[in-house]
Design a protein around this ligand. Structure first.
Ligand code: FES
Ligand SMILES: [Fe+2]
Length: 371
């Protein structure tokens, strides 16, 4: 949501930036290239450790066309593997989430441990030279940052801690690793995934699109501290004594122990390529952005609260969830309108305003990955 104040704006020449060429929003070839160059190569947000608190808890993630199983193993580590049986390739898990003791293929009942090792394969001991040790499930890189689970299909991926090194400790006061997801809403948006990031990265659109939000956070009040690279964003002040909820009241006890100046601020950060992290004093909202076609994006929006929030007298998560569900839908609507117009033969890249320096920076990062 953040656009920069004049004192924090990048050098002037960057303001001559224009929006991306039409082909980046409509070309199936470029979509396939994004999947290969970005989504099959980057660390991607897939969930939160508290989504799978116990051994055997799992969920599936669809990454660059691959189905992955993200599971907590018997030693409480989080693991990720391809959802592909080593016998004849069959999908092992069909349900999007659940809890299992072992991973058992439904076809011929090959059974795998939660660590992916093949434990049992009926009648395969009759096959000369067969060794279970050689048929573990294919593993995928997995890491945890501030409680969020990231996966990467890239075998030579740099460690997640290296990727997030520029943000080390930055968000610790928000207690992210301990928060619980209270609600997820899935949105199926008829727009290119990049429009979701560009929309999130400025509040130039807020006065017209978000009248309720604009009353609580002045649209031109953003201050960004990350202005170039894969991590972008900053904060916007919230009117004193208010919260970003329908009622304007706080929806829960504070999520963490943040410095006092942050008691009246909302932080908006985009984390390339699929995470939007919005930290409020009383709750945290996280969007996972999953491209499905040039003009279709699935968005998982999670609302996280303090683990003991339900015990506090002011606990009213719906107040926050409904506020942002309304605001999200306002955003998705203009993103869909943008997609429709960009697909026109009349579309030409347009000039970004001085309040759209972050979308322009996001585009530069995107093009670096695509070049
Ligand atoms: S395909 Fe999985 S057990 Fe045969
Ligand atoms: Fe918006």
């Amino acid at each position: 949501m953040a656009s920069t104040r004049s004192t924090l704006q990048p050098p002037l020449e960057k303001h001559s930036a224009t929006t991306l060429e039409q082909r980046y929003f409509v070309s199936a070839q470029l979509f396939a290239r994004e999947q290969q160059e970005i989504f099959a190569r980057s660390w991607l947000l897939a969930g939160h450790v508290n989504d799978i608190p116990n051994p055997g808890d799992y969920f599936l993630a669809n990454v660059a066309g691959e189905s992955l199983i993200i599971v907590r193993d018997a030693t409480a580590d989080v693991r990720a593997c391809y959802n592909v049986c080593r016998h004849r390739g069959t999908r092992i898990c069909e349900n999007e989430s659940g809890s299992v003791r072992i991973l058992q293929c439904p076809y011929h009942n090959w059974s795998y441990g939660l660590d992916g090792r093949l434990l049992a394969a009926p009648h395969m001991d009759e096959v000369t030279g067969f060794s279970k040790d050689e048929y573990s499930l294919a593993q995928v890189n997995v890491g945890v940052w501030e409680g969020f689970i990231f996966v990467s299909l890239e075998p030579d991926q740099l460690p997640l801690s290296d990727w997030f090194a520029p943000l080390t400790g930055k968000f610790s006061p928000w207690n992210l690793a301990r928060l619980n997801c209270v609600r997820r809403i899935t949105y199926d948006v008829r727009a290119n995934w990049k429009l979701i990031f560009q929309n999130y990265s400025e509040c130039y659109h807020c006065p017209g699109v978000h009248p309720a939000l604009s009353k609580l956070t002045p649209y031109d009040s953003a201050e960004n501290d990350l202005c170039e690279g894969p991590f972008l964003g900053g904060f916007m002040p919230i009117r004193r004594g208010h919260s970003l909820t329908l009622s304007g009241n706080a929806s829960a006890r504070p999520v963490g122990d943040v410095p006092s100046e942050y008691n009246h601020r909302v932080l908006y950060y985009s984390i390339f390529p699929n995470m939007l992290l919005s930290m409020h004093p009383d709750y945290v909202m996280v969007h996972q952005v999953w491209p499905r076609a040039t003009d279709r994006t699935l968005i998982f929006c999670d609302w996280l609260f303090h683990p003991n929030a339900a015990g506090s007298s002011n606990y009213n998560p719906e107040d926050a969830i409904e506020f942002w569900d309304m605001t999200n839908k306002q955003d998705w609507h203009v993103c869909e309108l943008s997609q429709q117009g960009i697909a026109s033969r009349a579309y030409k890249p347009g000039p970004y305003s001085s309040r759209e320096s972050i979308p322009a920076a996001w585009d530069r990062e995107y093009l670096r990955h695509m070049s």
